[in-house]
Ligand binder design. Structure first.
Ligand code: SF4
Ligand code: MG
Length: 313
């Protein structure tokens, strides 16, 4: 609710004024139990910072994060430590978080040992079980990270996240570094795991086509703000925000008979230190009018579970 995360940056050479990167700039949304909630936007839109703040891996600037009826920023260290087992994060490049000298079985079981939850024999059992659920053969348990392909490493990353039976997973661009053919396998794994283990996801991606098959609700972020949020089918059938429409029009359609509007985004995402006035998207929006430069469009409900922030709508 009203979540903000600003990072201070110095003004540069001899400039003592302190500016802020408004990475997350007042966003509110709900993730329901059992959701695979997709958070989409170009790099620099604040998706990763949102994910990290939801897990309290970073402090907030303002707002609240309510998890199972409690504001996680009001919890003590001890309470937070208990809650940590319930919320996990999966990164784009699991290799960077795997110690090259630690066998993958040990890497997967590490968290259980840290929490003193089981004997070594029990941990090995649990590691083998979770490896099998994640599509890793038992003999892989004693191998080292470099012996695995990108897709297998992401399976290891997922197994590591699941070993403590969390309820909520933030997956930050988990397939973006993988070949397209492997991406589909890992997305299917996420989908199976959600059903088998009753998981809830915040699934971050810069690519709408990646979240299309997995996510039931999707939020679109731009420069720290939520621009649109809707159930998946509604968003794909009836996208309202020009930014969403531009992202959708960039997805290739295999069937040449189907025509989709073409909105080409030009230029890069502006600096979050000094975002454009009014609607932050106005510098790149093909439909921008005078009012868009002057007034911030209200983020509002437009019927059902569809929310959008645009003067045009
Ligand atoms: Fe474009 Fe204006 Fe809507 Fe922003 S408010 S998306 S600039 S039409
Ligand atoms: Mg990111």
């Amino acid at each position: 609710k009203g979540l903000k995360k600003y990072f201070p940056v110095s003004g540069g050479f001899l400039n003592r004024t302190v500016n802020h990167v408004k990475a997350v700039d007042d966003i509110s949304f709900t993730i329901n139990k059992g959701d695979a909630f997709g958070l989409v936007g170009e790099s620099g839109s604040g998706k990763s910072t949102t994910g990290r703040t939801l897990l309290r891996l970073t402090d907030k600037t303002a707002g609240e994060v309510i998890y199972k009826d409690r504001d996680i920023f009001s919890l003590s260290k001890g309470e937070m430590r208990t809650l940590r087992t319930d919320m996990q994060i999966i990164f784009q490049d699991p290799y960077s978080s795997l110690n090259p000298r630690i066998r993958v079985g040990d890497a997967i079981g590490e968290a259980v040992l840290d929490h003193g939850l089981a004997s070594k024999a029990e941990i090995r059992e649990r590691v083998l079980e979770i490896m099998s659920v994640c599509g890793l053969a038992p003999h892989h348990i004693d191998r080292f990270p470099h012996e695995f392909s990108g897709g297998q490493r992401q399976r290891i990353g997922i197994a590591r996240a699941l070993i403590l039976s969390p309820d909520f997973i933030v997956a930050d661009e988990p397939v973006s570094a993988l070949d397209v053919s492997i991406q589909a396998q890992i997305i299917n794994l996420f989908s199976d795991l959600r059903d088998q283990k009753n998981l809830t996801y915040l699934f971050i991606s810069h690519d709408l086509s990646v979240v299309e098959h997995l996510c039931n609700r999707i939020g679109v972020m731009y420069l720290g703000s939520l621009m649109e949020l809707a159930p998946r089918d509604e968003l794909f059938a009836n996208p309202l925000h020009p930014y969403t429409r531009a992202l959708l029009s960039a997805i290739p359609i295999p069937d040449p008979e189907i025509r989709r509007e073409r909105i080409v985004l030009t230029g890069d995402i502006p600096s979050p230190v000094d975002p454009p006035s009014g609607c932050k998207f106005h510098t790149r929006c093909p439909f921008a009018k005078q009012v868009c430069k002057e007034a911030v469009p209200e983020y509002r409900n437009v019927g059902g579970e569809h929310y959008v922030a645009c003067h045009l709508v």
